[in-house]
Design a protein around this ligand. Structure first.
Ligand code: EPU
Length: 338
C-alpha cells in the first residue's frame, strides 16, 4: 500500500534549500511498483528523488515526488575474473562502497564519500580520483514510468560519458532506476594516478602493500579536506562540469595563462579545471547574499543559510558570465533544476 504525503524536503537536498513536496511517495520495495505506476499516471509532473545531492529544488514541488528508499545489496554472481554485485537504488552510495570493501569486493574505493544514492550514481556517471562509475558498471534495471515496462540496460544502452548518461538527457520523471549491478575485478590493483592520491602520506608509506581500505580512507581524507560536508554547509558538490575544449582553444588560453590547469582528452581535446578558472577570476570564498563560493574549492557553491533556488541561479549566472568574459569558456551547470 502506498501513501501520498506532503513532506518538507529541506533536509532531503544537500544544498539545504527550503522546499516542500505537496505529494510524495516513498518507494521501498519492488512489490510497490504496480501501485506506483497507477499513481504516476495521475500526475503530469513526476520527480524521482534519491539523496538530493545533485538537484536544485524550487520552494514548492506540485507534482508527484518519488523518494527512492529501496535497500539491499547482494553478490549476484562470481565469475572467474569478477564479482558481480547488485544494489537496490535507495542504498546510500558511500555506505555501499564501504560495505563492498568489507566484503572483499574492491574497485569502488576511489568513489568513497560521494553523496547520494546508488540509483542516482549512473544518472550523472559519478566520478572522482581517477575512476568513473562506467568503468565498474555491469548493468542496471530500470522502469519506464510512461510505459510501465521494466528493462535491463547495458553500459552501452546507458550512453555514459563525462558526468552524463542516457538518463540525464531524459525528462526527470521518465525513468525509475530500480537496481544497479557492478562488475568488480577479483584481481585488484589500486588506481593512484591522481596527484592528490600520489601525495597522500598513508599511500606513500604503504607502497606496494597498499589495500583498498587504505585507498578508501585516503580518498575520504582528501575529500574532507577540501569539500564541505553538506550536513554542515549546504552544497551540491561540483556545481559546474570541467569544460572540454579544442586544442586550439587550449593553446590560445595557455599563451595568456601559463598556469592554466588542463588534462588532455581523447581526440586531441583538453578538459580545463573549472575550479581553477573560477578561482583565477577571484570568486573563491566570495558571498552573494545567502550563497557563496566555497573557500577551499571554487567549483562548489554553498548555501550559508536560508538560500532559495533563485539565489543559487543568480550566483551561478554571475560566475558563468565572468568566466565567459575573461576566458571565453562556457561553464555548464552540473546539478539538475527541478
Ligand atoms: N583548482 C584551483 N582552485 C580551486 C579548485 C581547483 O586552482 O578552487 C585546481 C586544483 O589545484 C587542481 C585542479 O583545479 O589543479 C582540479 O581540482 P580538483 O583536483 O579539486 O578537481 P576538480 O576538477 O575541481 C573533479 C570533480 C570532482 C572530483 C574531483 C576529484 C568534476 C566537475 N568535478 O573536481 O567531483 O571529486 O575532480 O576527482 O569533474 C562532483 O562531481 O561533485 C565532484 C566533487
Amino acid at each position: 500500500m502506498l501513501s501520498v504525503i506532503s513532506l518538507d524536503l529541506t533536509t532531503s537536498n544537500t544544498l539545504g534549500l527550503a522546499a516542500t513536496a505537496s505529494h510524495l511517495v516513498r518507494y521501498q520495495f519492488p512489490e510497490q511498483l504496480v501501485d506506483l505506476l497507477a499513481l504516476v499516471s495521475q500526475y503530469q509532473n513526476v520527480l524521482v528523488l534519491g539523496g538530493g545531492s545533485n538537484v536544485i529544488l524550487p520552494a514548492v514541488l506540485d507534482g508527484l515526488v518519488i523518494k527512492v528508499e529501496s535497500r539491499g545489496i547482494r553478490l549476484l554472481e562470481e565469475t572467474e575474473t569478477h564479482f558481480i554485485v547488485e544494489a537496490q537504488a535507495g542504498e546510500i552510495w558511500h555506505d555501499f562502497v564501504d560495505h563492498c570493501i568489507s566484503c572483499g569486493w574492491w574497485g569502488l574505493e576511489n568513489l568513497a564519500l560521494i553523496p547520494g544514492t546508488v540509483g542516482a550514481a549512473p544518472v550523472q556517471n559519478i566520478g572522482a580520483y581517477g575512476i568513473e562509475l562506467d568503468q565498474r558498471f555491469h548493468s542496471l534495471v530500470a522502469c519506464n514510468l510512461s510505459t510501465g515496462q521494466t528493462v535491463e540496460m547495458s553500459a552501452q544502452q546507458c550512453e555514459f560519458s563525462y558526468r552524463t548518461s542516457y538518463f540525464k538527457q531524459q525528462p526527470p520523471g521518465q525513468w525509475l532506476i530500480l537496481s544497479v549491478r557492478f562488475s568488480l575485478p577479483r584481481q585488484w590493483s589500486p588506481v593512484l594516478a591522481y596527484p592528490d592520491l600520489q601525495r597522500h602520506p598513508v599511500l606513500v608509506t604503504a607502497g606496494n602493500t597498499i589495500n583498498a581500505r587504505q585507498v578508501f580512507d585516503a580518498v575520504c581524507d582528501i575529500r574532507r579536506s577540501k569539500l564541505p560536508d553538506p550536513a554542515v554547509l549546504g552544497n551540491a558538490g561540483s556545481f559546474f562540469k570541467n569544460p572540454v575544449v579544442s586544442a586550439q582553444t587550449y593553446q590560445g588560453l595557455l599563451a595568456d595563462w601559463p598556469a592554466l590547469v588542463a588534462y588532455p582528452q581523447a581526440g586531441g581535446m583538453y578538459k580545463l579545471a573549472a575550479g581553477w578558472l573560477i578561482d583565477q577570476a577571484g570568486w573563491k570564498g566570495k558571498r552573494m547574499g545567502p550563497v557563496g563560493v566555497h573557500d577551499r574549492q571554487a567549483l562548489v557553491l554553498v548555501n550559508h543559510g536560508g538560500a532559495t533556488a533563485n539565489d543559487i541561479h543568480q550566483l551561478a549566472h554571475a560566475i558563468q558570465d565572468d568566466v565567459q568574459q575573461r576566458f571565453g569558456v562556457k561553464l555548464e551547470q552540473e546539478p539538475v533544476n527541478s
